[in-house]
Design a protein around this ligand. Sequence first.
Ligand SMILES: [Zn+2]
Length: 477
Amino acid sequence: MPRLIYACTLLLVSLFLSSAPRAESLLLRDARVVDVENGAITRGDVLLRDGVIASLAPDAADAEAADNRLDLQGRYLIPGLWDMHVHFEGRELVEDNALLLPVYLAYGITGVREAASNLAGTVLQWRGEVADGERLGPRIFTAGRKFEGIDSLWDGDREVGTAAQIRAGMDEQQALGVDFIKITENTLQPELFLETVREARRRGLLVSSHVPLGLDIFELTGAGLSSIEHATYLLRLGHPGQAGIARAVRAGEMSAEQARAAYDDSFNQATADAAYRRLAAAGVAVTPTLIGGRKLAWLHETNHDDDAFLAYLTRDFTAQYQWRIERMAGETAAEREARQARYRLVAAQVPALQRAGVTLLAGSDSAALNTYVYPAAALHEELALFTEAGLSPLHALQAATINGARFMGLARDYGSVSAGRRADLVVLNRNPLADIRATADIHAVIRGGEVFDRARLDALLARAAARKQALDNTPRD
Ligand SMILES: [Zn+2]
């Protein structure tokens, strides 16, 4: 008897959770399916069943038997977008970040790679809640806390000063079930940095990092690094003496300042291109994260006051922007020009990396600390910057779909509109291969087979805006 009550309760709960739009099978009528592998566009029907793409060319009987149908009227169907570099951070900003999770869905982003956070426990909880259907948001892949040296600048790091501490930290990360390892270079010494990469690889974990001045980029890739975060580091590869400079820094024969001066104005594209081919051969991916540098380099002449996205960011969230704005205010015209020239040079590396065969991952680096890099919206801006720099729209789209899924080892489940993949999809009003800005012109989002039409997406956005207002109006200690 209690068992029956339990079963009935379960049934009620699942009916409640699944609500109306999630059908067992759904026929998407008249879609223009974008094949992100090769850029082919095929017009036809797509059958979804139990949250999975069942068939791209369902036979008449299956199509007829579908529980529900949605006529896309020739609109473009792409895989859900993945932002491969975000941060949900700020100990005082838990609710402020949480309200943004549904906003990601409204922007067509069905997956995020969270590249470390001082809210690691909370992020892991959100990951589970999203996976269980208890919270609306993108699927989350997280690094948890990042590895750093002792007394690092950042809050919440896993600080390590010995190989034993690296192993203990890695044990904890694995016990928590993080999706990859992230390392940054504030105080972590080069030898320990390399050892952290090796330890992660010994355990079969993906590992992403910045690049310390004291390490040759190819020492890192030789140790098994999976991805380099931020293309700014790659400018060092335009100097033929990159390895020697790293050795000199590590030996204490060269200061960080001297190393930076050596790299400045010494960039040679042909030297860099040859190095990129080595990166490609080593199988290392790169997440360029252009948008943050772009925003800062033109900060002085951009008025952000009327940015629509501010509707979703609490006052406490955008208060984090101030330190950078204040620091930038003292910049001279010459410094600004140098910053803009540097941005252009970094952006030009994106198509160069693609030509060399390096896997590109589209990531915004959106975080409360990254001024005007708006969560969710910034991924679309990043893709536009990729094409502005000379990347084709198809390669930009790959960087936000199939490349991320492959990188995570999940291409059997995600990243393309093909049979057997999860039904995480975005319906666009325009062709993204003609203009990548079409990724922001969203008609509907499908997440695990559940349809969010435009009205439902707008309702998610309205709820997020109301939540922001409520938080702003609540005194917090
Ligand atoms: Zn970051």
